[in-house]
Write a protein that binds this ligand. Structure first.
Ligand SMILES: CC(C)(COP(=O)(O)OP(=O)(O)OC[C@H]1O[C@@H](n2cnc3c(N)ncnc32)[C@H](O)[C@@H]1OP(=O)(O)O)[C@@H](O)C(=O)NCCC(=O)NCCS
Length: 146
């Protein structure tokens, strides 16, 4: 993938991206917002960068079945939180999924306490459709349908 929006580019991950991903994934605040429970850990497939090429995060599409795909995202560089980068990246990913004729649903799970992420997903058109209690974490499940 290599898709450029107004402020972000979502592209295939390259080998240089792993170093920052490891730093971000070990950050306590990010771990609290995005605990890896309920899914086998997946290597991120895509990276998020600014239009001038600064690597600011990563994202993934996984558990892809014929009709259904799960989305994950992390803007790791906190200087870029709350500035619309995540919303644009999620929109790019959703459009990418729906460009595949067979996919009719994209879903994700997000902690009920992660207000910023929930707001971001709502802005992209996701709706809350369920609740998931996993290893003591309280998630809401959100989905968007074609
Ligand atoms: C979640 C994440 C992808 C969102 O991306 P982002 O670029 O920071 O978010 P955006 O700026 O696009 O949108 C955030 C929205 O939440 C709002 N928001 C943030 N904090 C809020 C709060 N405490 N209460 C209400 N709204 C809040 C922002 O104002 C903005 O909405 P607006 O545009 O209507 O003003 C990013 O912050 C991130 O990766 N965080 C760390 C890891 C994480 O939480 N990943 C998701 C796990 S499911």
């Amino acid at each position: 993938m290599n898709i450029t929006g107004e402020k972000v580019r979502v592209r295939d991950k390259n080998s240089e991206d792993s170093a920052m991903e490891i730093v971000w994934e070990q950050d306590a605040e990010i771990k609290d917002l995005n605990p890896h429970v309920g899914t086998v850990f997946h290597n991120n497939l895509f990276s998020i960068e600014t239009l001038d090429g600064k690597h600011i995060g990563s994202c993934n599409l996984y558990n892809w079945t014929t009709h259904d795909v799960q989305l994950g995202i992390m803007i790791g560089d906190k200087d870029y939180w709350n500035k619309g980068y995540g919303t644009e990246a999620v929109g790019i990913l959703v459009n990418y999924c729906f460009a595949s004729a067979s996919v009719d649903r994209v879903w994700l799970k997000v902690l009920l306490t992660n207000i910023r992420a929930i707001r971001c997903y709502e802005k992209c058109g996701f709706m809350q459709c369920g609740r998931l209690l996993l290893e003591g974490y309280d998630f809401t499940v959100m989905e968007i349908r074609k």
